[in-house]
Write a protein of this length. Structure first.
Length: 140
């Protein structure tokens, strides 16, 4: 289903709504260009999970772990080229636990991910603050 947001606060709220609907073990493939709003959406999910820490972009860490009602693992696989490399990080088991896993640049390992994941694509509308957020795999 497609959602439209006009500013980052609306994207944050949408993330929170999504976060409240997530089941333990949910995996979210989060895609969109640089500055699309992926981290903003992840911050909204964190609000729903009552995570108190500040959620920042995991670009340099690759995986950031947060604890809330459920653990949240925020991954950025920009620097990973394939599943072998991903396995070498030793974090693949996180995908099969009860935590919520949010994966940016998931196309790197898409073939190896379970089929019932939530797919999200964020697109900017022209050069405005408007975003089209397409969420598949869960009803909101
Ligand atoms: N509708 C919107 N939704 C999300 N972010 C927006 C929106 N409009 C403007 N922004 C801005 O765009 C930027 C998105 O940054 P970020 O979430 O870090 O992007 P990404 O993680 O996709 O690279 C932020 O500076 C945010 O304030
Ligand atoms: Mg980001």
């Amino acid at each position: 289903m497609k959602f439209f947001t006009n500013n980052s606060n609306e994207t944050l709220k949408l993330g929170k709504k999504l976060g409240l609907a997530l089941k333990p073990g949910a995996i979210i493939a989060l895609n969109g260009d640089l500055a699309a709003g992926k981290t903003v959406l992840a911050k909204g999910i964190a609000l729903a999970l009552e995570i108190k820490e500040d959620v920042t972009s995991p670009t340099y860490n690759i995986v950031c772990e947060y604890s809330g009602i459920l653990p949240m693992y925020h991954m950025d696989l920009y620097r990973i080229s394939d599943y072998d490399e991903f396995e070498m990080l030793g974090v693949d088991h996180l995908l099969y636990g009860k935590g919520i896993t949010i994966i940016e640049w998931s196309e790197r390992i898409l073939d190896e991910l379970p089929e019932n994941i939530i797919n999200i694509n964020i697109t900017r509308v022209d050069n405005t603050d408007k975003r089209i957020i397409d969420i598949e795999g869960i009803e909101l």
